[in-house]
Design a protein around this ligand. Structure first.
Ligand code: SF4
Length: 342
């Protein structure tokens, strides 16, 4: 109890205040916002500023592999989950400083298309900051809605996911809101493709034993032929998901799947190679997280409380530290703990 009480004294204002004083002013910008995070180096997008449009774990799915934990608000209701005006004000404030970015990405720890104002934000960025490219990272579940397809028409890149074609596998992997089914989602993606002029990269997250069976892969192949994405990207688990029985697929297995799909557009998502060389990579934040974890293993919630960083922001840094093999995970009763490797 005493340990816990003392620990609680070191909250945002004390520990984080100390860390903040160690950082350069220009490094702090994205940390001061409520709805923006990063910019962080992303495997696929280069330096990407994240825009988080829904509260933590507000999603149409509750995926077994979700790295953010269980969905706390499972819904398909679109609404203004966070104030549109505040998101726009934060974007304006940040982008007026002319940061070097490869993409502004709608992502985070929930499903961004649930926000009813996403189209307004995309339009705002296109009108006021046309030099910045935008990307939508989405689970793709709501494109059966014609309005949504219109709203996202001017985004520069859409990366939707599709993890199952059969209903049974869909419910096992994505544990969706009950109103959703794979046929509706595939039809939505087909309609999106017909009316959307920019690239679509379809991501398939392989969960061995569930969506890599002969029949599911055959169904995927047919769905890909219908959707006609510009690329298919195969992904798999690289750190603990919500359920600890979920395993990763081997590289060889992903290669076999890629060759079965048989189109040149299939790629296995490569690990990010150049993050240390990017000038805006904020090494200080990664170091702070690493130093904290070195003192004692922490869950992502511990880190969020101690450092005053949002979970979606932390998630990106944890991802980088995992990819560069500086930290590892351990599953305990209280959740997934991150600890330093050396
Ligand atoms: S992985 Fe994405 S779609 Fe699945 S529950 Fe997590 S946030 Fe939602």
């Amino acid at each position: 109890m005493i340990k816990q009480a003392n620990w609680r004294l070191f909250t945002k204002s004390s520990i984080f205040g100390f860390f903040v004083s160690c950082l350069k002013k220009e490094d702090l910008t994205a940390m001061n916002y409520k709805y923006l995070f990063g910019p962080v180096p992303s495997r696929r997008l280069g330096m990407s500023l994240g825009v988080d449009l829904v509260p933590f774990k507000t999603c149409t799915y509750n995926c077994i592999y979700c790295e953010c934990g269980k969905t706390t608000h499972l819904t398909i209701n679109r609404k203004e989950y966070v104030p549109l005006k505040e998101v726009v004000a934060e974007l304006k404030d940040y982008l007026d400083r002319k940061p070097a970015l490869d993409f502004i990405t709608f992502s985070g720890s929930g499903e961004p298309t649930l926000h009813s104002g996403i189209g307004n934000i995309i339009d705002f960025l296109k009108t006021e900051y046309p030099n910045y490219k935008t990307c939508l990272l989405t689970n793709g579940s709501l494109f059966y809605l014609e309005n949504l397809r219109k709203e996202v028409r001017s985004v520069d890149l859409i990366i939707p996911s599709l993890d199952a074609v059969s209903d049974i596998v869909f419910r096992k992997i994505n544990r969706p809101s009950p109103q959703l089914n794979p046929q509706k989602i595939i039809e939505g993606l087909v309609s999106l493709r017909k009316g959307y002029p920019s690239p679509i990269w379809l991501e398939i997250f392989i969960v061995p034993g569930l969506n890599d069976t002969k029949s599911e892969l055959k169904a995927f192949k047919e769905a890909i032929q219908k959707i006609k994405p510009d690329k298919v990207q195969l992904n798999t688990l690289d750190r603990p998901g919500t359920e600890d029985w979920v395993n990763s697929a081997s590289r060889e297995a992903l290669e076999r799947i890629a060759s079965y799909f048989g189109t040149e557009q299939v790629e296995i998502i490569a690990k990010f190679q150049h993050k240390e060389k990017k000038s805006t990579y904020n090494k200080d934040i990664a170091d702070i997280i690493l130093k904290t974890i070195k003192r004692r293993p922490c869950t992502i919630e511990d880190l969020s409380e101690m450092l005053g960083l949002r979970i979606s922001e932390l998630n990106k840094w944890i991802h980088i530290l995992m990819e560069t093999e500086r930290i590892e995970t351990e599953k305990k009763d209280r959740g997934i703990f991150f600890k330093a490797k050396f």
